[in-house]
Design a protein around this ligand. Structure first.
Ligand SMILES: C[S@@+](CC[C@H](N)C(=O)[O-])C[C@H]1O[C@@H](n2cnc3c(N)ncnc32)[C@H](O)[C@@H]1O
Length: 259
């Protein structure tokens, strides 16, 4: 006689093994199936903690991401020229595009810093970093320096950066307070970090709701990392833009003469 409970248990254990083996590895097909106007693929892993990435997946399929991130329709809502203008980038500055992706912002940042400045286009995905170099050569942006980061370390020079731009990337980073506390060591005195990310609302573009972080959570995490919010230009329809600075530490201030 067929024992339905035993059959159910057997099927469940087979599925559990399959989930352990494959569950956290997104297949290329799963990514294709979840394509959005400008968004992420299906989640690759359960987040480990409240400051961990809300989604982990591969960015190795360059052509897939070029079609998404460099879609000309994006310009209408991303307003890259206006956004870069609002960041107050001056000639000669050294700026980093953290999670540079396909280099959507590269040429705008390159023009803003000019010939005497540098744009570090930082990404942990080797295929994208190769693409960033090819793109810089194609676009003739000699001041763009691609950087192969690790997930925990942007590999930027110590005390060398005026501004770090982080667009649609914050939610991909693990242990964000720890990460951005370490990143502060890459900033010049007075350096800033600009975080642009999707509002946690239903939007016609961007990742699914459960991959997004609220503006307040980002502010709270950046404060936990030692930053304070210094500006919030409200120029984008679907994203917030939050600009943070690091208050000078007491020990960094010039000592007062007592005699
Ligand atoms: C949604 S894309 C955004 C790309 C680009 N900023 C844009 O707006 O077009 C996120 C990027 O973050 C990168 N990324 C993921 N984890 C990262 C980490 N820990 N540190 C830096 N970049 C990361 C990915 O490789 C990917 O290129």
């Amino acid at each position: 006689m067929i024992d339905p409970i035993r059959n159910f248990r057997r099927a469940f254990s087979v599925l559990s093994v399959a989930a352990v083996l494959f569950g956290n590895v997104p297949s290329a097909r799963a990514e294709q199936a979840h394509r959005e106007p400008h968004g992420d693929a299906a989640p690759a892993a359960t987040p480990r903690g409240k400051h961990d990435a809300t989604v982990r997946h591969s960015f190795d399929d360059v052509q897939h991401w070029v079609a998404m991130f460099d879609d000309p329709a994006r310009d209408q809502w991303q307003k890259p020229a206006e956004l870069v203008r609002a960041l107050g980038i001056g000639a000669g500055m050294r700026v980093a595009d953290l999670g540079a992706g396909t280099g959507y912002f590269s040429r705008y940042l390159s023009a803003a810093v000019g010939e005497s400045g540098t744009v570090f286009a930082v990404d942990p995905e080797p295929n994208l970093v190769a693409h960033l170099r090819e793109r810089a050569e194609r676009e003739g942006t000699a001041n763009v320096v691609p950087v192969l980061a690790s997930r925990e370390n942007p590999r930027l020079p110590a005390a060398g950066i005026d501004l770090v731009l982080v667009v649609d990337t914050f939610h991909h980073i693990d242990d964000r307070p720890g990460y951005f506390r370490r990143l502060a060591g890459c900033l010049k005195p007075g350096g800033r970090v600009a975080i642009v990310d999707f509002k946690k609302e239903d939007l016609p573009v961007g990742p699914p709701l459960d991959h997004k972080l609220t503006r307040d959570q980002i502010v709270e995490e950046m404060q936990a990392a030692g930053y304070r919010l210094v500006a919030e230009p409200g120029l984008l329809p679907y994203q917030y833009a939050l600009i943070f600075g690091v208050p000078a530490r007491a020990g960094d201030e010039p000592s007062k003469k007592t005699d």
